[in-house]
Design a protein around this ligand. Structure first.
Ligand code: ATP
Ligand code: MG
Length: 456
């Protein structure tokens, strides 16, 4: 506040610039000083109050700003934490989903495996049941090869019917065994199986053997004979080695097979029978038909249900089992204790082509057991000598067999039967040897040989 006597415009500007709030002229001091001071004081008070309010406002603003900043940070932290949790959750969800997908695939795979196993198990069960059934039914028939199992399966299939069965196969393969197995499984099993070996007897004798004869039917027929067909009435007749049946008897046989009737030799009475026919042969009957040695109509009548017994060399897996069984059979019979078999022996037995099949194998084992001195079975030399010659092609095998039979025949002067006959030396049944000779064309050579000494 300036108290002055007079004031110019410039002076006024200067004092206000320096901070004066008002001025009072000395001439008007009394009237103006107090109001001027009051005004100035009020103004000052007002200014101070405004500054204080402004300070408080700024302070409040700063506080608010700070709280906003802190809250923002808090929220940001919270958001990132949530984001992390969300990410972790998503990750866990994804991996769970993947795990579920993988597990589903695993379970589906396992399920289809289980289904496949179940199917297999069912199939195996059937097979097992069949096998145990077979084992039970064919206890005496050795072998586990699929080839043999198929033969037994076929035999079982046809057993219950009255169907004629033609059993084919090389010598010694077990054709008769199969024939009797078929009979034993058939409804006719209570009656005995009647067998006729068509190769064992000459034509006229086989006729009366089959159909019977009246007393005096032919010279020398001094008794009445009941034929095998009559004996086999209600049962089964096995015509063994049917391929050897003379042509003239084949027509008569055909009539019995077709109509179940025939007459005894020397009789006109027709006899009716109910006989089931099983026939065996080691011949190729189709070939025999082609050559005119076997009637085609009879062949068709016989070949209703053919069963081929495969040769041993085509089911080598049966050999060890048979070898063990035969060793046991013969060592028990001969009172020997053979507990093992040399590996090489077993290998040689498996490698040998067995032209005489199971019969030959059984004979070899019997001989070997006889000669065996220790607890381990060793092969006799004979098999080792013959095997390399016989292991080559079938033709060579046949040739070797033919030559060998010829050699033995010349040694026995063509004597087949008897203790020192060729059949005994070869370990074959005489009829089998005859059949073999016929097959290999040796019979003709014998006939050819006969005129020679005469012309000599
Ligand atoms: N699977 C087998 N298990 C046991 N023994 C068998 C088997 N096969 C054949 N045999 C035996 O072999 C021998 C010959 O069998 P079988 O007489 O049945 O043969 P085959 O085929 O009729 O011979 P062939 O044509 O020479 O008359 C018999 O002693 C028989 O018991
Ligand atoms: Mg036989």
């Amino acid at each position: 506040m300036l108290v002055t006597g007079a004031i110019s415009e410039d002076h006024a500007i200067e004092i206000f610039t320096q901070g004066a709030k008002d001025y009072v002229l000395k001439t008007r001091l009394q009237q103006r000083l107090v109001p001027a001071v009051r005004r100035a004081l009020a103004e000052a008070e007002e200014q101070r109050a405004r500054r204080q309010a402004e300070d408080e406002l700024r302070k409040a603003h700063r506080t608010l700003e700070e709280r906003v900043r802190i809250r923002t940070l808090e929220l940001e932290a919270e958001i990132s934490a949530r984001k992390k949790i969300e990410e972790a959750l998503q990750k866990a969800h994804d991996s769970l989903e993947q795990q579920v997908a993988e597990r589903t695939i695993e379970l589906q795979t396992a399920l289809s495996e289980i289904r496949a196993l179940k199917d297999q198990l069912e199939a195996e069960n059937i097979y097992f049941r069949q096998e145990t059934k077979m084992k039970h039914r064919f206890e005496h028939i050795l072998g586990q090869s699929n080839a043999l199992k198929y033969v037994l399966y076929r035999a079982e299939q046809v057993a219950s019917a009255n169907t004629t069965v033609l059993i084919l196969g090389e010598t010694g393969t077990g054709k008769e065994l199969i024939a009797s197995a078929i009979h034993d499984m058939s409804p006719r099993k209570e009656r005995p199986l009647i067998t006729v070996n068509c190769a064992a007897l000459p034509g006229n004798l086989i006729e009366s053997e089959l159909f019977g004869r009246e007393k005096g039917a032919f010279t020398g027929a001094d008794t009445r004979q009941v034929g095998r067909f009559e004996i086999a009435n209600g049962s089964t007749l096995c015509l063994d080695e049917i391929g050897e049946l003379p042509l003239e008897l084949q027509a008569k046989l055909l009539r019995v097979i077709q109509h179940g009737e025939f007459e005894r030799l020397g009789s006109s009475n027709t006899i009716k029978v109910d006989v089931r026919i099983l026939a065996t042969t080691n011949r190729d009957l189709e070939e025999e038909v082609r050559k005119g040695r076997f009637r085609q109509d009879l062949y068709y009548r016989l070949n209703v249900f053919p069963i081929t017994v495969p040769p041993l060399r085509q089911r080598k897996e049966d050999i060890p089992l048979m070898v063990r069984a035969f060793i046991e059979r013969y060592s028990r019979k001969l009172g020997k204790s053979i507990t093992s078999i040399q590996k090489e022996t077993m290998k040689a037995l498996q490698d040998y082509p067995w032209p005489g099949n199971v019969r030959e194998l059984e004979n070899v084992i019997e001989r070997t057991v006889i000669l065996c001195t220790g607890p381990a079975l060793r092969l006799a030399d004979k098999l080792e000598i013959s095997s390399p010659q016989l292991t080559s092609a079938a033709r060579t095998l046949e040739e070797t067999e033919r030559n060998y039979i010829l050699k033995i025949l010349s040694e026995t002067r063509w004597r087949i039967e008897g203790k020192d006959g060729a059949a005994a030396i070869l370990g074959l049944h005489r009829s089998t040897l005859r059949a073999r000779m016929h097959k290999l064309g040796i019979v003709r050579q014998e006939i050819k040989k006969e005129p020679k000494p005469e012309s000599d």
